[in-house]
Design a binder for this molecule. Structure first.
Ligand SMILES: [Zn+2]
Length: 265
């Protein structure tokens, strides 16, 4: 049994970064819950604990003490950036410590899995002297998923299907890092019907489609997909738990001149 401790940054009295009508503490909790759901529905022999499961104040030492007492195999702290910029970055502890090479390897797998899924700027693999990285006794990684004060990133953060993609990137990276075995039949819970309007080899063409959809009032975003060693850029126009709702979206798109199809993932 592998134990993964997911730490949604901030909470309760501490909102974290604030911007564009969003609070970091709410987004970190949303992404963390999605990571947990994806891991337990898709992989065997995994146990996931979270430092908080609702909007509550938890000190940094309480977070790391919980994980250390539980003897987690991996600690992943989820944050949202601010301060001018856009895209994704990840951190490990910046000093020397036992198993640093192993931690670096795990971080690289999580970082790359997120970058494989999400179409955004890679701000790099970084190191810092953060409490949650320093005071944990197991491998610990902190990620910053987009900038709350960047309009484009913030717009994506308001889209639950985008949050799901970010979470899946993290979950797949964690699963790769811990060598988790996929369930032969994944649980259906949490699976979504996604409406795809266009799959492109050229990122530019995907962007053009996003703009064309925007002009007709549809919010969409780009997801990267590897297929037969080729990278595709898929434009996602909504994700639904009910198939019927996805079908209705396809019909609306058709009326507006966009072909689309439904994928379950
Ligand atoms: Zn934060």
């Amino acid at each position: 049994m592998k134990k993964v401790f997911i730490d949604p940054g901030h909470g309760g009295k501490d909102p974290g970064a604030v911007g564009n009508g969003l609070l970091e503490k709410n987004i970190t909790l949303d992404i963390s819950q999605r990571i947990k759901n994806y891991l337990v529905s898709n992989y065997e022999n995994i146990s996931v604990k979270m430092s908080r499961t609702k909007d509550q104040t938890v000190s940094l030492s309480e977070r790391t003490n919980q994980a250390n007492r539980w003897k987690a195999d991996l600690y992943v702290s989820i944050h949202i950036n601010a301060g001018g910029g856009q895209g994704f970055e990840s951190f490990i502890y910046n000093r020397q410590f036992k198993n640093k090479p192993q931690t670096e390897k795990i971080r690289t797998m999580i970082h790359n899995a997120v970058m494989d899924k999400v179409n955004w700027t890679d701000r790099g693999k970084k190191q810092a002297n953060f409490h949650v990285l320093r005071e944990t006794t197991m491998a610990a990684v902190l990620t910053e998923s987009g900038f709350i004060d960047n309009r484009g990133d913030a717009r994506n953060m308001k889209d639950s299907s985008w949050l799901q993609i970010v979470a899946e990137g993290h979950a797949i990276g964690i699963a790769n890092a811990l060598n988790l075995k996929k369930k032969s039949l994944p649980d259906k819970t949490g699976r979504l019907y996604r409406v795809v309007s266009g799959s492109f080899l050229e990122e530019d063409n995907a962007r053009k489609r996003v703009h064309a959809l925007k002009r007709k009032g549809y919010d969409s975003f780009i997801v990267q997909q590897m297929s037969q060693k080729e990278r595709y850029y898929r434009v996602i126009v909504g994700a639904f738990s009910q198939f019927e709702n996805a079908e209705n979206r396809v019909k609306d798109l058709k009326k507006d001149g966009f072909d689309s199809f439904i994928v379950q993932m």
